[in-house]
Each structure stands twice: as structure tokens, then as C-alpha cells.
Unconditional design. Structure first.
Lengths: 394, 164
């Protein structure tokens, strides 16, 4: 259904494909940055992924002024504040972030603090509440195909003190440039390829069917779902397949653009709570929750899910399915894909597989209903309903 | 003229929502539970537009108090982007979830605090609006432990006692 009002923004310049990395220095020059701070994490540094970016930059005469690698899997407010402090100390004039969701969201948080000249990112929490501030040049190179964070106006950062993941929403956290280069994901392990790909699928499905969905974001969602369903197994089974890798990267970016303009839903609300309370990796939480939340939403969202069946399962399957069964068929296709990936690379399908205990479920439910994403879920979800869902998924 | 009328209606609606929440704390256990979860001193400001009414409420650990001249900024501030939007929101033409979905307001503070406020306002609206309107604006019609008429009677009595 067309909403009575919607907003859509995407101002990120995308560099996508062969030798995209080598174009970063030119982009930095356009953005008037000569002393960029390179952000990455220790694992990428060790695997040599960061070196690929550095080599590409240095080959065109651009070296980072400083490198910050102390970013954990779940970034936090204190890490963000530390990055901002390093940026100031080293007199940097731009940020280049190489990594997955944690690195990119940390970079977004630090950039927001720097542009608002704030010492503590927590003082800036809110929704669309800040002006643009000082421009800090910002280039993002994702090393997974999942979060879509390279093109979103949201940063999710963990508040260690409260044990919650906080969302910072503003169009001014969008990067200036995002770089999609297949070299960045070629070495991504099969299991991480699967779970981050499912994260992107989850973005696309939730963005297409939540209360904030709009025609422009839905177009991105459908394209993303088509690319994911056609490429995810190929990328998992043949990690060196550059075409499948780039297709997955594009899908993740498109899903990111979509959910940045539509929000997500209960899968993310509960997933954030699982991350905040039980430290479940975000992408794995998405895979575990996705089919169960879709089933919960079916009574009110069947038509919306039915519209996604051709993209998810192909036109022939959609045409062969009676109209009133297409919503259920879409959900089953998602569940089948997850089952296949579980068999292929062992992505978890139950909460008990990722170390969550039954005792933690009430706290997860309490945290989930205070997550901003739940408000736009197509079907209302109370704390009790979240708890019952968690019990089913346990 | 139209704008002045809208301002008056919004001002009345804000007072009504606050009064209803004060009474529901006593009448509806779900509202009482939700309020009890608020940290003492938690405050909300709702700005409804340029030169338009503002509601500032603070939870003092016992009661949700309306503060006419607040001395400090609210912990959580919702700023609706236009009076016309506020009018739709407070006259049952648009729910808070849709307002959020349509970027109708900006918010300073933690999103979790807005979620608590949203649940409280949704609950109050379920009592204050007739079901045909509530059904349109609320994600789901909740079961109500007391009659809306009883809530209206309590609110009316409260206004007569200058309790708010």
C-alpha cells in the first residue's frame, strides 16, 4: 500500500566493481582530505584485508595519517569516543573505514561526534535531532555483504553500561562514498558469508513490509532479494567467485539503502536485544529469528510477503502457487534457504545454539520492546509476545 | 483562525492525555507497571509546532506531573515538525507508530524512552478515542480492564478538583 507520506534519501556516492579501491585517493582529494584516519579491526589487519586497501591507496600516493584497529566485534560508545579522540590528536581530516558493521558504525558514531564537536557520543542520541554540523570526509569500504551500513543513515552502537544496542538515526551519518570491491569479501569465511547474506535478506524483507515501507525503498528491496536468492549459496560454496561476491555486496547495499529509508521491524528489535543482552552476533540473530517473526507477522502481512515471492523463489514458482498461499510460500522459501545454509555451513537456527540461556529470555523480551525498530513492525508485539517468540526459537 | 482553533484543540488534547495517564495509573495495572518502570526524574517534552503548545511531564517516582515552567530541559524531547501533523496526531487521525514511520517528529534522547512514552500514549488513546478510531491508529486494540466512561468520569472529576 502506498503510504500517505514518506521520505527517501540516499546521498552516498557508490564506487562499485573492478579497481574501485584504487579510486579512493581521488575521492579523498575531491573531499579535501589529505590526512585520513584509517579505521579497521585486528582480524582484518591480520588477514591482510586492510593491507589490500592500504596498498591501493598508497599506489596512488595517499597514506593514512593514523590507523586505529582496536574495534571489537560489538562496538561500543567508549570505542567511538576513543576514535574521535585519536582523530583529534593526530589532526586527521577525514575517515576511511574498512570493515563490517561494527567498524562502520563506530566510524559513523565518531564522525557524528566530530562533526558536532561533542566529546561523548551519548549526548547526541536521538532521531533526526541534529543539524549537519562540520563536514568530516568519510569513505566506507565494507568487508562483508550484509549490514548495508555503507549506505544507511543509522549507526547501531552498544551501550556497555545499560547492556543495550542504541540506534543513532540521522541522514548526516551517511558516508560520502561507499566502495564495493569484490577483493574485500573474497576471503570472508563461508559461514560468515551465509549469515551476513541472511542479514541483508532480512533488511530487504523487513524494509519492504514494515509500516514505514515506501515505493522507492520497496524497489531496492525487491532487487536485493533477487540478487541474494540467486547468489547466496553460490557465494557460500564458491568463495572465490568474484561475480557472486560483488552481486551479494550490491544486494547488501541496496537492502541498506532500503531499510535506511523504511526502517526494519521485530527481527531487528529482538536481534538488537539478543546482541545487547546475550552478545549474540547480529547476523546470526537475524537468521535465527527471521522465519519465526515472519510467521508471527503472517496474519497481517501475508499480502506483502506474497508480493516478494517472485523475487525470492522465481516467477515460475510464484505463478504456480495459488494467490492465497503465496505469503506462506514466501516464508517457507526463507525457512528452506536457512535450513540449506544450516546444512552447508552450520549457521545456527536456534537460540540455544548460540549460547543463550532460558534465564536470559525475559530480559531480552523487556529490552526488545524498547527498541525503536519494533514500532514499525507490521504486527504489534508486546513483551509477552516477544517472550513467547523467544521460547519458540530457543 | 484555523490555526488558532487547531492550537486550542491540541492544547486541550495534551491536557487530556496527561490527565488520562494520571487516572490510568490508578485504574489500569498495565499503565501503572509501565510508569513504575520509568526512572525517577524521567521527563518528556512534546513540542507540537512553532508557537504551539508544549507538554512537559515528569515522573517523580509516584506520579506523572505536568510542569508548566520547567527549569531544566527534558530528558527526552519530541519535536513534531508541524502543527498540522500535531493536529492529526492528537485528534485520532494518525497514530504514534505512523507518525514515527512518516518522520513526523525529531527526538532527542534515547529511543527506548520514546518507546515507553509511545506505549503509554497508545494505551491512553485506546480509552479516549472510540474503537473505530483507535482501530485505525493503534497497532492493535488492547483489552481494557476498565470502561472508558469510567476513565472520562475520573478525568472530569480531576479537572473539577484542579488535580492536574
Amino acid at each position: 500500500m502506498k503510504p500517505s507520506y514518506f521520505e527517501f534519501q540516499n546521498a552516498v556516492k557508490l564506487l562499485c566493481g573492478k579497481n574501485a579501491l584504487e579510486r579512493i585517493p581521488d575521492e579523498l582529494r575531491h573531499l579535501e582530505s589529505t590526512r585520513p584516519l584509517l579505521l579497521t579491526d585486528a582480524v582484518l589487519l591480520r588477514l591482510g584485508v586492510t593491507a589490500v586497501v592500504r596498498d591501493a591507496m598508497e599506489s596512488e600516493g595517499c597514506a593514512p595519517a593514523a590507523v586505529f584497529t582496536d574495534i571489537p566485534v560489538d562496538s561500543s560508545l567508549s570505542v567511538v569516543n576513543r576514535i574521535a579522540a585519536v582523530y583529534r590528536e593526530c589532526k586527521c581530516d577525514g575517515i576511511v573505514a574498512v570493515g563490517g558493521g561494527s567498524v562502520i558504525d563506530s566510524a559513523k558514531g565518531a564522525r557524528r561526534a566530530l562533526s558536532q564537536e561533542a566529546n561523548d557520543i551519548l549526548s547526541l542520541s536521538g532521531v533526526e535531532n541534529l543539524h549537519c554540523g562540520r563536514h568530516v570526509p568519510f569513505i566506507v569500504i565494507p568487508t562483508t555483504a550484509g549490514t548495508g551500513s555503507e549506505c544507511t543513515g543509522v549507526a547501531v552502537i552498544r551501550n556497555e553500561e545499560q547492556g543495550v544496542k542504541m540506534e543513532f538515526l540521522s541522514p548526516f551519518v551517511e558516508p560520502d562514498v561507499a566502495v564495493l570491491d569484490a577483493r574485500m569479501t573474497l576471503r570472508l569465511p563461508a559461514r560468515a558469508t551465509a549469515s551476513t547474506g541472511i542479514d541483508a535478506l532480512c533488511h530487504a524483507i523487513e524494509a519492504a513490509t514494515c509500516l514505514q515501507s515506501n515505493p522507492l525503498s520497496s524497489a531496492y528491496c525487491c532487487a536485493a532479494i533477487r540478487l541474494i536468492s540467486a547468489n547466496i549459496v553460490r557465494a557460500v560454496q564458491h568463495g572465490a567467485d568474484a561475480e557472486a561476491r560483488l552481486n551479494m555486496a550490491m544486494a547488501a547495499t541496496m537492502a541498506g539503502i532500503a531499510f535506511s529509508n523504511s526502517m526494519v521491524g521485530a527481527v531487528h528489535a529482538v536481534g538488537h536485544a539478543l546482541g545487547g543482552v546475550c552478545h549474540v552476533p547480529h547476523a546470526e540473530a537475524m537468521g535465527i529469528l527471521l522465519p519465526h517473526v515472519l510467521r508471527y507477522n503472517l496474519p497481517v502481512a501475508a499480502e506483502d510477503y506474497a508480493r516478494l515471492l517472485p523475487d525470492m523463489a522465481g516467477w515460475e514458482r510464484a505463478a504456480a502457487t495459488p494467490a492465497d498461499q503465496r505469503g506462506e510460500a514466501m516464508v517457507q522459501t526463507v525457512a528452506d534457504l536457512l535450513e540449506r545454509l544450516h546444512q552447508l555451513v552450520g549457521i545456527p537456527l536456534r537460540l540455544s545454539e548460540v549460547g543463550v540461556t532460558e534465564q536470559e529470555l525475559p530480559r531480552v523480551a523487556k529490552t526488545a520492546v524498547n527498541d525503536g525498530a519494533i514500532i514499525v513492525n507490521p504486527r504489534a508485539m508486546s513483551e509477552q509476545q516477544v517472550y513467547e517468540l523467544l521460547r519458540r526459537v530457543f | 483562525m484555523k490555526r488558532r482553533l487547531q492550537v486550542m484543540i491540541i492544547a486541550a488534547a495534551l491536557r487530556l492525555v496527561h490527565a488520562a495517564l494520571v487516572e490510568l495509573q490508578r485504574l489500569d495495572p498495565d499503565v501503572a507497571d509501565e510508569l513504575r518502570c520509568l526512572p525517577t526524574g524521567m521527563s518528556y517534552a512534546i513540542h507540537t509546532g512553532h508557537n504551539a503548545p508544549t507538554l512537559f511531564v515528569q515522573w517523580d517516582g509516584q506520579r506523572l506531573r505536568r510542569i508548566v515552567h520547567p527549569e531544566t530541559p527534558a530528558v527526552c524531547t519530541l519535536r513534531l515538525k508541524a502543527l498540522a501533523i500535531s493536529f492529526r496526531l492528537f485528534t485520532g487521525q494518525m497514530g504514534l507508530a505512523h507518525a514515527y514511520a512518516q518522520h513526523a517528529f525529531t527526538m532527542s534522547g534515547e529511543i527506548a524512552n520514546v518507546m515507553r512514552l509511545a506505549r503509554l500514549v497508545n494505551r491512553a488513546e485506546a480509552y479516549l478515542f472510540p474503537p473505530f478510531m483507535s482501530r485505525r491508529i493503534l497497532p492493535e486494540l488492547p483489552g481494557l480492564p476498565v470502561s472508558p466512561l469510567r476513565v472520562y468520569a475520573a478525568v472530569l472529576t480531576g479537572f473539577l478538583r484542579f488535580a492536574y
